[in-house]
Design a protein around this ligand. Structure first.
Ligand code: ADP
Ligand code: MG
Ligand code: MG
Length: 250
C-alpha cells in the first residue's frame, strides 16, 4: 500500500530525512520509534503533504500512485489520515460540522452519496461509545477547551469516522493518563482490519502494550536504523536509544 524509497526531506536548510525506506502493506500495524528530533513527525508530515517540508529525493507511492504529486486534500480523500501531535482548536466550529464535512469530502471523492444528518449521528454515536466519549462532544467547538485526553480521543473519533486506508498517528499517547490511553488504544484496535494499515509514531513503548504492532522501526537521524517485531520495542524500553545510535554511526 505504502512504498517509501530513499526519501530525503528538508526544512529550511536542514536535511531531516536522509534516505528513509519503508514498506507498509494493508492490514499491518507499524510502530515508528526513535529519540526526540530523529524525524518521526517530519516523516508523518511529509506523507500527509505539509507545505513546510521540501522533499529533495526519493519517492512515496500509495496504492501505486505517486503520493508526493498530490495536494494534501487529495491525499486525505484518497484515504491517508494524519492525526496531529498538537490538535488545533477551532472555536465556534462544532465538532459534528467539521466531521460531517470531512466524511462528505471523502465520499464525494469516491463517487458516493453524502451522508445524511441522521445516518451521521447514528454512526458518530456508535463510534463514540466505543471510546467512552460523551455524545455532548459533538456539539462542542472543535477541540475548544478539551483536555489533552479529550483531544486525543477526538482525533481517534475523526479517524473512526473517516475510515482511512492508511492512518498515521503521531504521539497519540503523549500526555494521556492510563484510562485515556486504554480508550484510545481500544479505538485504534477496533479500526484494525485487513484493508487498513496503521503507522503509530511513538516515543515510548507504553502504547504498544495496548496496540500490538506487527513491525517496529527505529528512526535515528532521519533513517530507519533497525526494524523488527514488537520485541524490539521492549529492548528499547530496557536499553534506551543509545545502542541504536551507536549501531547507526558505526
Ligand atoms: P521527532 O518527531 O522525531 O521528535 P521531528 O521530525 O519533529 O522529530 O524533528 C526532526 C528535526 O527537525 C529536529 O532536529 C527538529 O528540531 C527539526 N525541525 C522540525 N520542525 C522544524 C521546523 N519547523 N523548523 C526547523 N527545524 C525543524
Ligand atoms: Mg518530538
Ligand atoms: Mg515528533
Amino acid at each position: 500500500m505504502l512504498e517509501i524509497k530513499d526519501l530525503k526531506a528538508s526544512i529550511g536548510e536542514t536535511e531531516i530525512l536522509r534516505g528513509l525506506s519503508l514498506n507498509v502493506n494493508a492490514g499491518e500495524v507499524h510502530a515508528i520509534m526513535g529519540p526526540n528530533g530523529s524525524g518521526k513527525s517530519t516523516l508523518a508530515q511529509v506523507i500527509a503533504g505539509h507545505q513546510d517540508y521540501l522533499v529533495t529525493g526519493g519517492s512515496v507511492r500509495f496504492n501505486g500512485k505517486d503520493l508526493l504529486d498530490l495536494d494534501p486534500e487529495i491525499r486525505a480523500r484518497e484515504g491517508v489520515f494524519l492525526g496531529f501531535q498538537y490538535p488545533v482548536e477551532i472555536p465556534g466550529v462544532n465538532n459534528a460540522y467539521l466531521l460531517k464535512a470531512a466524511v462528505n469530502a471523502r465520499r464525494k471523492h469516491n463517487g458516493e452519496n453524502e451522508i445524511d444528518a441522521f445516518e451521521f449521528m447514528q454512526l458518530a454515536k456508535a463510534k463514540m461509545k466505543l471510546m467512552d466519549m460523551d455524545p455532548s462532544f459533538l456539539k462542542r467547538g472543535v477541540n475548544e477547551g478539551f483536555s489533552g485526553g479529550e483531544k486525543k480521543r477526538n482525533e481517534i473519533l475523526q479517524m473512526a469516522m473517516l475510515e482511512p486506508q492508511l492512518a498515521i498517528l503521531d504521539e497519540t499517547d503523549s500526555g494521556l493518563d492510563i484510562d485515556a490511553l486504554k480508550a484510545v488504544a481500544g479505538g485504534v484496535n477496533a479500526l484494525r482490519n485487513p484493508e487498513r494499515a496503521i503507522i503509530l509514531v511513538t516515543h515510548y513503548q507504553r502504547l504498544l502494550d495496548y496496540i500490538e504492532p506487527d513491525f517496529v522501526h527505529v528512526l535515528s537521524q532521519g533513517k530507519i536504523v533497525r526494524s523488527g517485531d514488537k520485541s524490539l520495542a521492549l529492548k528499547l524500553e530496557e536499553q534506551g536509544y543509545d545502542w541504536v545510535r551507536e549501531a547507526a554511526s558505526a
